[in-house]
Design a protein around this ligand. Structure first.
Ligand SMILES: [Ca+2]
Ligand SMILES: [Ca+2]
Ligand SMILES: [Ca+2]
Ligand SMILES: [Ca+2]
Length: 309
């Protein structure tokens, strides 16, 4: 076994074994749990390095987590101490402007019900969300606990409830992606997003909406892989040519089965791909170490061999 393969074998298999033993990994005794949000907004925070003037504000312009789904928000994204709000604003929605934002450290709520709430009561900010991934689920190998958490459902707001809104038609909140290379190219790996700027080319930030998910149960993580990456790390699962991608490179975990080794080829039904992130230009990686390049690959927690590319 080559050392690199052995290393990944350990990464994949050892956490799986630990998971099966239900070993305590946090002070709470629960396994880790977290939520990843792919967000594009002009209300994240002030310029790079400025920590003093966060633009997000609870119940005005923010993202909330209602533990126990009882109507009371228990965690606001703007108050998450482990997430940096010092930069990443964009007035325009385009693939490279998305940032991956986290609710970390939700282990104390594992097994409890929750709802996630997007609040835009602002006339000067908008937010566009391409995906909400509970525990980093890819929705293919590992199911997402939030119904329609990627906003890709045919029937638009399925799984989401508009609590209040300034819009005449709340269905406008779901925006379809356009042709790669055009002004309507908003995301690089999916077809739809939720946006409180319902015409993304308008630069009209006055629209307002409060949107909440159906209740879901916060699952425990049985295993995951964490890494820092740069470059076009998601290209082969991008929409063809999205973000100038040649679709020729990517990162995935090549999983074996219980009775066969990894086969050296990407199989969308069996292997785990890194989705949804453009890591930035390779040369910029060291100077660009913020939202975009730390990644979770959620694995199934089963005892299998694996290798990565
Ligand atoms: Ca609550
Ligand atoms: Ca707004
Ligand atoms: Ca989406
Ligand atoms: Ca494979």
């Amino acid at each position: 076994m080559k050392s690199a393969v052995k290393k990944l074998f350990i990464l994949l298999v050892l956490p799986a074994l630990i998971g099966q033993l239900q070993s305590a990994t946090n002070n709470t005794g629960n396994s880790p749990a977290f939520i990843m949000i792919d967000l594009c907004t002009n209300g994240l925070g002030d310029s790079v390095g400025n920590f003093d003037q966060p633009r997000m504000e609870p119940d005005v312009f923010d993202i909330g987590l209602d533990i126990d789904a009882d109507g009371t928000i228990d965690r606001w994204l703007s108050q998450e101490s482990a997430t940096w709000f010092g930069g990443g604003n964009s007035d325009a929605i385009f693939p490279d402007a998305f940032r991956r934002i986290y609710f970390f450290q939700l282990d104390e709520y594992v097994g409890r019900q929750a709802k996630i709430r997007f609040v835009d009561k602002s006339e000067i900010y908008y937010m566009a969300i391409n995906a909400v991934r509970v525990c980093g689920a890819d929705g293919v190998i590992v199911g997402n606990a939030i119904k329609n958490g990627f906003f890709e459902a045919e029937n638009g707001l399925d799984g989401w409830n508009v609590i209040e809104s300034s819009l005449d038609d709340v269905n406008k909140l779901i925006v379809s992606n356009g042709t790669p290379g055009s002004d309507e190219e908003y995301v690089n790996y999916s077809g739809r997003l939720l946006s409180t700027m319902t015409d993304p080319l308008s630069l009209d930030f006055t629209e307002q909406a409060v949107v909440e998910s159906d209740a879901f149960t916060i699952p425990q993580v049985t295993s995951f892989i964490f890494g820092n990456m740069s470059g076009g790390v998601s290209e082969f699962v991008n929409i063809p040519e999205a973000l100038f991608s040649d679709n020729q490179s990517g990162v995935y975990i090549d999983l074996g089965t219980m009775d066969s080794d990894p086969d050296g080829a990407f199989d969308p039904a069996n292997d785990i791909a890194l989705r949804g992130q453009w890591g930035g230009a390779p040369g910029a990686g060291r100077n660009d170490f913020f939202f975009r390049i730390h990644q979770y690959l959620r694995t199934r927690g089963q005892t299998r061999s694996g290798r990565g590319f």
